[in-house]
Design a binder for this molecule. Sequence first.
Ligand code: SF4
Length: 387
Amino acid sequence: MQDTHEIDLASYTAQDLDSYRGGLAGLTRREFLEYCIGIAATMGLSSTVGIRMAEAATSGLRPPVIWLHGQECTGCTESLLRSQHPTLEALILDTISLDYHETLCAGAGRQAEAHKHKVMEEYAGKYVLVTEGATPTKDGGIYCKVAGRPYIEQLREAAEGAAAIIAIGSCAAWGGIQAADPNPTGARATHEVLEGRIVVNIPGCPPSPYNFLSTVLYLLTFNKPPELDGENRPKFAYGRLIHENCERRPHFDAGRFALEFGDYGHRQGFCLYKIGCKGPETYANCPAIGFGDVGAGAWPVGTGAPCFGCTMQQTGFRKPIHALADVKTFAPPTAFPEVNSAKGQSITPAAAAVAAGAAGVLVGAGAVAMTKLGGAPTDEPTRDDES
Ligand code: SF4
């Protein structure tokens, strides 16, 4: 736990980051700049923004962060701590001032609570609140207590002085498994409890730690959250269907499926759609960035487990694991709308003809299908570029 929010960095700039090696998780200046530029690229931003992120991260003005845990398994924190290249916990602990986190606190009991309140008073309106876990609301919230008080009280109290609020993981973002029927504790998402506040949702069970870190770096740099979709998820991370980037997609298109776990198709790495993969209806960048920095294929579908849609409020912990996904893109690639056509715009007659020809259906039916594909519904993420 840190007791200061200032690092003696007055003489350091992004041009002289080598001198601050200890504060960059052991990275050299070049490695740190490359890392930030990589983060910016992941978000669809320019390398200039990456350099600005590096400067912001080493400005010495580390924002205090209060991290609360409600009903959860601590998997989001565990995932965060297991990231490498760089060691994420080192970087994030040097970039922010993590003043309260029940898993990582050096102090405990009254000492930890007193420090949390001191930070909340001293930095009112300036600290970042991160919530992990759902909030039980039934019976006064007695089903989750921290320091003898219902979590819902702790959450509302901490939210009052927060400059920004991030809900990490599906439990904080949607209620997660705690909110699944019959939801005996009245579990709710953070944003449902904090009505009127903007809560940036980073759903996932667990989410990729890089989606969280990228969001924090963006907040540090621009003092505002990155562009969000209709469900307050950063578009850079939740703008594409998993199905679009999945390494098993050629098998889907070719009609090669695993029909049960352990069968020939499963052992061959065929598509997992028929054993319940929700990739076709799930927006997330899991196949693109993976987990744990252990190389390509290190994500659930890559290891043979169907995606269960944890980043989607109506899918993860709601739809049965074995239920078939709602496939949004049946048409072959030649029938897709032009990539440079305006969103929501109907396809050209020529494209409609291609679609109809390829699918062997009427032109009108093809046009209807393509119009639907061309425009994302307002409550679903789109992929507008951040400038
Ligand atoms: Fe990949 Fe699942 Fe789509 Fe198959 S259904 S291509 S396994 S995301």
